[in-house]
Ligand binder design. Structure first.
Ligand SMILES: Cc1cc2nc3c(=O)[nH]c(=O)nc-3n(C[C@H](O)[C@H](O)[C@H](O)COP(=O)(O)O)c2cc1C
Length: 158
């Protein structure tokens, strides 16, 4: 079982969140964390993961445009190669109040669901609020993230 966690981080909050998620998986699972700025979708498809967790941030009232673009390319390359990813989910970091970002989370989930080569998308995206643009992520949001990923792990059956 191979899990790929992607981030699009400016100040490292997305990476810290990814690392917290990684900790919840069993040691037998191969988990790789990389940033959409550092790795091409093509590279990921070469050694295709079973699970993708696609992170991003809300910036200038836009929900993870870079991650969405990366996902679109990923799906195209998967289509060409005929390879599929079994499970997908995603997370968004943000500074706006959580109740103001539910629409963003829903639209982000729709993008992952629309990616035809990702076979199953989890019902809920993770959102994690930062105290200010540079962070940190609120403590209770980190706790929420750990609970979220435990549920996700149960869903994929690992
Ligand atoms: C230029 C800029 C614009 C931002 N605009 C928003 C915004 O519209 N809504 C929001 O909730 N957070 C906004 N933020 C806060 C980011 O969501 C926050 O910096 C990011 O989630 C932190 O994660 P990172 O360290 O992984 O980049 C903005 C941050 C920057 C730097």
């Amino acid at each position: 079982m191979k899990v790929q966690i992607m981030t699009d981080t400016w100040y490292g909050n997305g990476k810290l969140l990814a690392e917290a998620l990684k900790e919840e998986f069993s040691n037998e699972i191969d988990i790789n964390i990389t940033d959409v700025k550092d790795v091409s979708p093509k590279k990921i498809v070469e050694d295709v993961p079973n699970v993708i967790i696609l992170g991003g941030a809300i910036r200038m009232f836009r929900g993870a445009p870079k991650s969405k673009k990366w996902l679109k390319q990923l799906n195209k390359i998967l289509e060409k190669s005929g390879k599929k990813i079994q499970y997908g989910t995603g997370f968004l970091t943000h500074s706006m109040p959580t109740n103001k970002v539910q629409g963003y989370a829903k639209r982000y989930r729709n993008k992952i669901e629309k990616a035809s080569m990702i076979e199953a998308t989890y019902s809920k995206m993770l959102t994690a609020r930062v105290k200010s643009s540079k962070g940190p992520i609120y403590t209770e949001e980190m706790e929420k993230a750990r609970d979220y990923i435990k549920e996700f792990i149960a869903w994929i059956g690992k």
